[in-house]
Design a protein around this ligand. Sequence first.
Ligand SMILES: [Zn+2]
Ligand SMILES: [Zn+2]
Length: 333
Amino acid sequence: MPIQFQVLGAPGRDNALLAEVHTGDAVHRLLFDCGEGCVSELPISVVHQIESVFFSHFHIDHIAGFDAFFRHNFGRPDAPVRIFGPLGTCDVMAHRFRGFTWNLVADAPGEFQVTEVAPPRMITQTFYTKEGFAVAHPGPETPFRGWVWEEADFRVEAHLLDHGMPCLAYLVREAPRWNFHLPAVAELGLRPGPWMRAVRGEERADENLTIDGKQYALAELRSRLMRQTPGESIAYLTDFRLDNAAEERLVAWLAGCDTLVCENNFRNADRQLAENSFHMISADVARLARRVNPRRLVLFHLSDRYTANEWREQREEVRTVFPRTEFPVAWKL
Ligand SMILES: [Zn+2]
Ligand SMILES: [Zn+2]
């Protein structure tokens, strides 16, 4: 499983999503939102390894747990902490960083790169622990082309939604993978072996490759023996109003998405409450899921106005339209 994930927090309480992208060489840990108590559920060693935090928006239920993350990472020696969010993120984070006294950190490591998406551009400011986070060092503005972070093996795309203010949905999308098509390998009379590393491009090789005493052109071997498969993907969607325009844009953007982690704040009966607070009801979530057609839909961000039985009914409201709907396994609902 190249992408593993864990919804943090309990039903009816603050939540967050931890996604782990396994590339073969490394594990990239990405945190989406940071509700109260969410980070405390993780081993400290894992908290230290979270590379980036992606905020949807800054209602208190999505950031109340940030201090726990910050406390474990403010002096991180080996890698900067990256933080992403919608318009206003630099300002919110600057205040957050400065909400503590920093008189003993002059020699401390620690670098926070904060990026806000303000289409058509992204703005980054860098803060240093040794400066007590007092200075927002402006970085270059970059055009926003649909993603906020990119590595060789995956990227994190962002999509602007309406929550009465800008709110970001995220999509972690692995790059396509190249795999050996074993029937084609057998057809050439070859046995799997170390030569595959050269064909995969994992080690330097000449234009020609000798396997079992026979010479092959490397380019031809690649085109004959390797097939491309799409990478995995996981989307994080929370706190927005699904009008027709947003639905069309989301369906296009999320095409091919494997796992949809989506809020289910309100039951169908509470349409008015949902509208007032720029949220969805079960029917909206279900309709979106049916059109996107992921391998699975994971519901989270439930309202504490409901009982556990009502949450189960709420899940059924979605399941009748999109059967592959579940709550996070740990919730045991
Ligand atoms: Zn909100
Ligand atoms: Zn919320």
